[in-house]
Design a protein around this ligand. Structure first.
Ligand code: BGC
Length: 896
């Protein structure tokens, strides 16, 4: 049942350092990015030091630009900052900047960033495409032995573009590229870059990101051939659940835009953009659709199409479609990449079909190898997350997504094919059409760097964390999606906000969410302030929903708390305010009953129904509170007072309306209590009673949870904060329905959308909505890091300046550990019941942090650190000694 696929998303160790050593240098949250488009990029680093109590006192940043000229010397800047905004000579477009940070009394480190288009008037390119009006009516190729399905019948063939240019010898060649659609860039016979599904999905109406490639190495001295394959993608392909109806959401046909910039030894530049001189045709790729799949006919291979000498006389001139470049924006997030290959764990034959089991539910595609096939042999790959009872592929839950790739063999001894413009959510692949095939799974996702890891002594909990991490990867495909497999894959806002804290522990998602928030702001109703249920905003009729729209306040605030970059608040405060104002305007009584959008409530909760007004008003209070806090950070005291006052009045309205004198919350559900307690909406005197009602509900149900998307993340934190860690652990270890363990017992390798995705009684859950790869119920992950292993920060701390380590010894665990890359450096803890009544706790605190460590113990006098009586004690609770420590590693022991 358990641990089919180890999770190897391991966290690299920081450097060993006798003195303060900078590492993990980032520019605008990205490592060695190309295409930086802001004039004052933020440069950041982490610090490592083996010396206890180390803290930086000053740093100095130097930046050298084109020709090695000094662009900026910050001079020594006193203080503990681990970032600096570039403040030197104006940056030049398409140039490499080498930078170095030095820490006083410590080491130094180097990195670089590369600029994109810094001034809009530097663009010299037009959108080009194919002119479909000139096409003959669609007719499938005559040798297509099987007709296409109704859903794929009208999918257009992706276009191949090329242009050969003669550049004078160049010292550097860069290409800025994007598409309305998806593109793959080729230079002189090679694919450029390793990004997938570029340019990614954004709100194309307002933002089309371009990527920059340094192709100097591919360019050589001769003529340069730049080629691109262009497919529909999110721009004009199937999107969302309306399948084909939602197709052409943004435009009818894809378009390409590229600008080649060659730099010469004398400092001059040659700039060549896409225009009518590019040529285009169709090729072996017969169609490509994100939801439906791809069809590739290798007999139609365009051998050498991306090389300079290729004869393209039969190709047509590209059509200049549009010259509106106002939507172009630099890419601000990591691209999607293939990050892991999965070799099948089992290959079986079922009903004359080959069924391949990758052992892990992934988002991605396969690499297919076909041996000894006759020309024209058609190999079909179908993808699914599960098997039917008789061992066949289960695809009912994909709804209209065909998730099927077709490969038509050229007929050579061995040939390989890998789709490029589609992505499937699957663990199993069914292969038909040829027997001698090999398949490798290729997992892909937005390549957000690993930031944390968690482990513990219990195999099921380890599998839970593995499932959470896989669901994160599988659903962070350019935008945070709900699911990777069915005809949906949308950026549902509540899913994103409830999972964000867990996501931040697992990976550095600063850039990823900065990008998504830009789309959220684009999509917010300009006049009214309503925030859509999905971002990018493609289901236009759905917006303004409690817990969904509140992503507008929760996401920026959480990013600020974790990463300490106040710019996210600066960018978002107007949007946060408009959202809260919108809710208030329609609910002057401060109980959120009107303008509730689609009001999904505590979505997919088990067995009960949380009162929707309770849920909505709790979120209203939270959003007002976060807006007040954001205003305070930005020094806007007027806004702070206004929203703090509003929060207070919402609290009063909540108490009046929903909290009864005996501490009951209207509806009497777990989520109702959890929301009210977590967001401090229960009058202080009634908190113990409310907690008692929550506990009573759990006990009455035999310690079973009833929470859905909105409540589930709060179970662990609220129960343990109120002295019921035992109950939180009982839920964590449970494997009866509904629980995380129940899915794991059934062999889940990702988090299920619904508790009843499959049950003994009914088998598979409702096909209308039953994903086996949704991360929302995996939001418990933040409690594993922050509660069980105890890695968090003090209330009011930002960017982990004041970490708090408060492990939760309990449940069936003998040990638990977690490590996390804070903006300052590594924070880690590991506790272990060592036997003979001893608890060992080792912690690591990053330079510049002052941490509060709660050492669990049953006897405060027993606590030792490295064998010595503990110093820096600031408090004692019933079950812990609390001390303060600076950076370094510490080993505590205590009686337990
Ligand atoms: C999605 C969810 C989303 C919900 C809202 C579902 O179809 O998969 O994750 O939040 O709709 O109702």
């Amino acid at each position: 049942m358990v641990n089919i696929m180890p999770d190897d998303w391991s966290l690299p160790e920081p450097p060993a350092a006798a003195a303060l050593q900078p590492y993990d240098l980032r520019c605008e949250h990205l490592r060695t990015p190309l295409g930086i488009g802001t004039p004052t990029p933020r440069l950041a680093w982490r610090l490592a030091s083996d010396r206890r109590g180390d803290a930086p006192a000053a740093h100095r940043v130097t930046v050298h630009g084109p020709g090695g000229a000094l662009a900026w010397d910050s001079g020594w800047i006193d203080g503990q900052d681990v970032s600096a905004d570039y403040g030197g000579a104006p940056l030049v477009s398409f140039a490499r900047y080498d930078w170095r940070v030095e820490v006083r009394g410590g080491g130094s480190a180097r990195s670089w960033f590369d600029t994109g288009v810094l001034h809009a008037d530097e663009w010299r390119a037009a959108w080009i495409g194919h002119d479909p009006e000139t096409d003959p009516p669609f007719e499938p190729p005559t040798d297509d032995r099987e007709p296409r399905t109704p859903r794929t019948a009208h999918l257009p063939a992706p276009r191949y573009f090329r242009r050969v240019v003669d550049l004078r010898p160049a010292t550097a060649v860069r290409i800025a590229v994007t598409a309305r659609g998806l593109y793959e860039l080729h230079v002189n016979g090679h694919r450029a870059g390793d990004g997938e599904l570029t340019p990614g999905w954004t709100d194309y109406r307002r933002r089309v990101p371009y990527q920059v490639y340094d192709v100097t190495d591919l360019a050589g001295d001769g003529p340069l051939c730049v080629g691109a394959v262009l497919a529909d993608g999110w721009w004009s392909g199937s999107l969302g659940w309306d399948g084909r109806q939602q197709a052409q959401r943004y435009g009818r046909h894809p378009q390409l835009l590229a600008q080649i910039v060659a730099e010469h030894a004398d400092g001059s530049r040659t700039v060549i953009g896409t225009d009518g001189r590019w040529r285009e045709t169709i090729g072996p790729l017969r169609y490509a659709d994100l939801l439906m799949g791809e069809r590739y006919d290798a007999r139609l291979d365009l051998g050498g199409w991306d090389l300079p000498g290729f004869d393209d006389s039969s190709w047509a001139p590209a059509r200049v479609a549009d010259t509106d470049l106002s939507v172009l924006v630099p890419s601000v997030a990591e691209p999607v990449r293939v990050t892991r290959d999965l070799v099948p764990v089992e290959v079986r034959s079922h009903d004359g079909r080959t069924i391949v089991d990758l052992g892990q539910n992934i988002a991605g595609r396969v690499r297919l190898t076909v041996r000894g096939a006759a020309p024209g042999t058609r190999v079909t790959l179908r993808h699914g997350e599960a098997l039917t009872d008789d061992g066949g592929l289960y695809t009912a839950n994909l709804r209209s997504a065909e998730a099927t790739d077709h490969y038509v063999a050229a007929g050579v001894a061995e040939e390989t094919y890998e789709p490029r413009f589609t992505v499937h959510g699957f663990r199993y692949v069914e292969v038909t059409g040829h027997a001698d095939v090999a398949v490798v799974g290729r997992a892909m996702h937005s390549d957000t760097p690993v930031a944390g890891e968690f482990s513990c002594s219990d195999a099921m909990v380890r599998q839970l964390m593995s499932n959470i991490r896989w669901s994160q990867r599988d659903n962070f495909v350019s935008v945070p999606t709900d699911c990777p497999q069915r005809d949906e894959r949308l950026g549902w806002t509540a899913d994103a906000q409830v999972f964000l804290p867990t996501a931040c522990y697992n990976a550095d998602v600063a850039a990823f969410f900065t990008n998504w928030l830009a789309d959220l702001r684009c999509a917010q109703d300009a006049a009214g302030g309503a925030v859509p249920d999905v971002v990018p905003h493609v289901i236009t009729e759905r917006h303004g929903t409690p817990a969904w729209g509140d992503a507008a306040t929760i996401v920026p605030w959480h990013l600020y708390e974790v990463y300490g970059d106040e710019r996210v608040l600066r960018d978002s405060l107007p949007s946060m305010r408009r959202w809260v104002d919108h809710v208030e305007r329609h609910n002057p009584g401060l109980v959120w009953r009107d303008k509730v959008g689609s009001h999904y409530g505590d979505w997919l909760q088990a067995d009960v129904r949380t009162d929707r007004d309770v849920l909505a008003t709790a979120y209203f209070a939270l959003s007002a509170d976060l807006t007040a806090r954001a205003a305070a950070v930005l020094g806007d005291t007027e806004a702070r007072d206004r929203y703090a006052g509003l929060r207070k009045r919402i609290g009063e309205a909540f108490a009046r309306e929903f909290v009864s004198p005996d501490g009951r919350i209207t509806g009497d559900t777990q989520t109702g209590y959890l929301l009210a307690l977590a967001h401090r909406l229960v009058p202080a005197g009634l908190v113990p009673a409310a907690v008692a009602h929550l506990v009573a509900d759990l006990e009455r149900r035999g310690r079973r949870l009833t929470t859905g998307f909105a409540g589930v993340a709060l179970l662990g934190p609220v129960l343990s904060a109120h002295g019921h860690a035992d109950l939180a652990y009982a839920l964590l270890h449970d494997d009866r329905y509904p629980s995380w363990g129940y899915s794991i017992k059934r062999g889940a390798t990702t988090i299920w959308e619904r508790w009843d995705g499959w049950t003994e009684e009914t088998g598979f859950g409702p096909v209308a909505m039953n994903s086996f790869n949704h991360y929302a119920l995996g939001s418990v992950g933040a409690w594993l890091y922050g509660g069980v292993a105890g890695l968090g920060q003090e209330e009011g701390s930002v960017g982990f300046r004041r970490p708090r380590i408060r492990p939760l010894v309990g449940g069936a665990l003998r040990w638990a550990s977690a490590a996390y890359e804070t903006p300052l450096g590594r924070l880690a803890s590991r506790w272990e019941l060592a036997g003979r009544g001893e608890l060992r706790l080792s912690v690591q605190i990053p330079p510049g942090a002052l941490a509060t460590v709660h050492v669990p113990t049953t006897d405060p006098s027993s606590v030792r650190e490295s064998g010595e009586p503990v110093s820096g004690v600031v408090g004692r609770t019933g079950s812990a000694v609390v001390c303060q420590v600076g950076s370094g590693r510490y080993s505590f022991t205590s009686a337990w």
